[in-house]
Design a protein around this ligand. Structure first.
Ligand code: ADP
Ligand code: ADP
Length: 225
């Protein structure tokens, strides 16, 4: 189970200019859907994702996961950002196993899982390198593995390929699509790239950028395979 329901969500940043980042956003993402959220810079995409991830608090409105109200970060929700911000002093293996270490997973189990996810994201042979020894695309793969290894039911991605070169992006897009098919996770994927949104999403949601007005969500269902 992993159905996300966003109801009447408003976000006003409490700075000097009180930016109205989101106004009355309503969106339901069904279990197993891959929803891409498309919109230009500044329309509130990251704000929406950070609220769903429990990293910042909305001004009003609710987020629920399978009918249960979310209030703060949840183990059921994994997040991948544009900058995977790996810990530079830890090897790729040590970065990926971080979440399991915190949960005190037994060493043998950790080793097995890290090997599995290194393999899934195609970083075999790079386990013992440090982040700066890898390309940007490889670091994003490591960031993806670090989130996936915790087996979250819901995966939130905020322009994870925004800083990756074009050809590498196409490759990783296919890997993400294959992974989603195999593991059947609920995914919310943010991008400002139209082709990426249409290629990856089973549904594309457009977020309107008009400042000061209702930030309307338009849903574009897509029934391709
Ligand atoms: P997007 O991800 O679509 O580019 P954001 O969610 O980052 O949009 O930003 C939405 C609006 O909220 C923008 O006008 C932005 O300037 C503003 N904003 C984002 N973060 C903050 C913040 N921490 N404090 C004040 N305003 C912010
Ligand atoms: P990707 O990010 O999809 O792996 P890249 O173009 O970044 O694609 O890298 C292609 C290949 O080149 C990698 O799989 C790796 O074998 C090698 N490579 C790239 N950058 C480095 C690096 N900094 N150190 C070692 N090998 C690298």
């Amino acid at each position: 189970m992993s159905r996300i329901e966003i109801k009447g969500l408003n976000m006003v940043y409490q700075g000097a200019d009180k930016t109205e980042a989101l106004t009355d956003i309503n969106l339901t993402v069904e279990e197993g859907e891959f929803v891409t959220i498309l919109g230009p810079s500044g329309c509130g995409k990251s704000t929406l994702l950070e609220i769903v991830a429990g990293l910042i608090k909305q001004t009003s409105g609710t987020i629920s996961l399978d009918g249960k109200l979310l209030d703060g970060p949840s183990d059921d929700i994994g997040v991948v950002f544009q900058d995977s911000s790996l810990m530079p002093w830890r090897t790729i293996r040590k970065n990926i196993e971080f979440g399991l270490e915190i949960k005190k997973t037994p060493r043998a189990e950790i080793r097995k899982l890290v090997d599995k996810y290194i393999n899934i994201v195609g970083l075999n042979g790079f386990e013992n390198k440090y982040p700066h020894q890898l390309s940007g695309g490889m670091r994003q793969r490591a960031g993806l593995a670090r989130t996936l290894i915790n087996n979250p039911a819901v995966l939130l991605m905020d322009e994870p390929l925004g800083a990756v070169d074009h050809l590498t992006r196409l490759t990783i897009q296919d890997e993400i699509a294959a992974l989603w098919k195999k593991e059947n996770k609920t995914v919310i994927f943010i991008t400002h790239d139209v082709s990426e949104a249409v290629y990856l999403g089973t549904r594309v949601v457009l977020l309107s950028p008009r400042p000061g007005r209702v930030k309307q969500i338009f849903e574009v269902p897509y029934n391709g395979s």
